[in-house]
Design a protein around this ligand. Structure first.
Ligand SMILES: Cc1cc2nc3c(=O)[nH]c(=O)nc-3n(C[C@H](O)[C@H](O)[C@H](O)COP(=O)(O)OP(=O)(O)OC[C@H]3O[C@@H](n4cnc5c(N)ncnc54)[C@H](O)[C@@H]3O)c2cc1C
Length: 333
């Protein structure tokens, strides 16, 4: 079994960039991702979301950013293992010194260091507490938003009052005939500019103090039964699609058992090195935490620079820091 210099756990944007930087600096890299596609939470949940705060891109769709990061990484021909979850890590003594054996859902892997970029871990959408909700999953009820064109000309109900629900309402509105945003309170936890866009849109109706009691239909969603909890009245609203926008429950799962210092669902690291309490283990992106942490793709990219510099020094104690990419001899155009 081949020994890798660094194994990246998680193929989200930060893990992808981690594998690129490690490859660029001459390390033998393996990536292990539990989902069938690379790109992480944003790509999986909402591939058509425009992102405005990645340096160098005035606006880029999540799916295009993921594709560009994969192309960038593949220049360095890492070994990529898909649909494989890292479950356990154990230390071992190899011929060249200490190493780690990663046990996954499919087998074992040898590595000298581990770069954890597991994000929120596995993320499970919060289900809508309405009658018949399970029956209509993927039959008109969506928790992950498919291509927005799917909603062309349709009547869509979006459930929730946070960023997820408001973002999806605004994204679907240009395609749909009408969008009904349904929220059980009258306060929204969303950006002020998004709320202004909600008010300005012609085809968006907002229902406050309203709960979805039942999803109704034969084979597919045909309507939702709404209860106005303020007035204690009920109405049947005909819709073709329902989007559950109640957010996601993060679950770090197996990562919690790896002997790392945790703060909630995040791994504590030193900002100076991105190293965890376990030697040879580094964490970056949403899964890593320290005082003042901001969970953004841009932050994760910066953390990768620090982590890869430290991993390089760990593997080759005579080497310090990171040279600029223009000084990396192995790099071809
Ligand atoms: C709706 C929404 C909108 C957002 N908008 C923005 C925005 O505009 N700008 C911005 O900067 N950020 C935004 N974010 C946040 C951004 O998505 C995250 O900061 C970013 O995805 C973090 O990247 P990551 O690589 O650290 O983790 P993730 O993207 O979460 O990727 C982690 C990957 O690790 C995998 N994994 C987890 N555990 C294991 C395991 N044990 N074995 C193998 N694989 C594993 C997961 O399957 C996943 O693919 C948004 C997030 C959401 C949900």
């Amino acid at each position: 079994m081949e020994l890798y210099d660094v194994t990246v756990v998680g193929g989200g944007p930060v893990g992808l960039f981690g594998a690129t930087m490690a490859g660029l600096h001459g390390m033998r890299v393996k990536m292990i991702e539990s989902l069938p596609e690379l790109g992480g939470q944003l790509y999986t949940l909402y591939p058509e979301k425009p992102i405005y705060d990645v340096a160098g891109f005035p606006s880029i769709l999540a799916k295009d950013l993921a594709a560009a990061l994969v192309t960038q990484m593949m220049r360095f021909t890492p070994t990529v293992c898909m649909e494989e979850s890292v479950l356990a890590v154990n230390e071992a003594q190899g011929e060249g010194g200490s190493e780690f054996i990663l046990t996954t859902s499919k087998g074992t892997h040898r590595t000298r260091t581990v770069l954890i970029a597991a994000g929120l871990g596995s993320f499970v959408p919060r289900k809508i507490p309405a009658l018949n909700a399970d029956k209509f999953e993927d039959k008109g009820l969506h928790y992950l938003v498919p291509a927005l064109t799917h909603f062309a000309g349709r009547q869509v109900a979006v459930i929730g009052g946070g960023d997820t629900a408001v973002d999806w309402t605004l994204a679907v509105a240009p395609y749909a005939r009408a969008v009904h945003l349904i929220h059980r309170r009258d306060q929204f936890r969303a950006h002020e500019d998004s709320l202004r866009q909600l008010r300005d849109a012609d085809n968006i109706s907002v229902y406050t103090f309203t709960e979805v009691k039942e999803i109704v239909g034969q084979e597919r969603v045909e309507a939702v039964r709404l209860v106005d909890t303020d007035k204690d009245t009920e109405v049947m609203l005909p819709v073709d699609a329902v989007i559950g926008g109640l957010g996601f429950v993060p679950n770090l799962g197996p990562v919690k058992t790896w002997g790392l210092n945790l703060k909630g669902s995040s791994i504590e690291v030193s900002l100076a090195s991105m190293e965890t309490n376990r030697q040879g283990f580094y964490a970056v992106g949403d899964v890593a935490t320290y005082d003042g942490k901001v969970k953004l793709i841009a932050t994760g990219f910066g953390e990768v620079g620090i982590a890869i510099a430290r991993i390089r020094s760990y593997l080759h104690p005579d080497l310090k820091g990171l040279p600029h990419s223009t000084n990396v001899k192995s790099l071809k155009n």
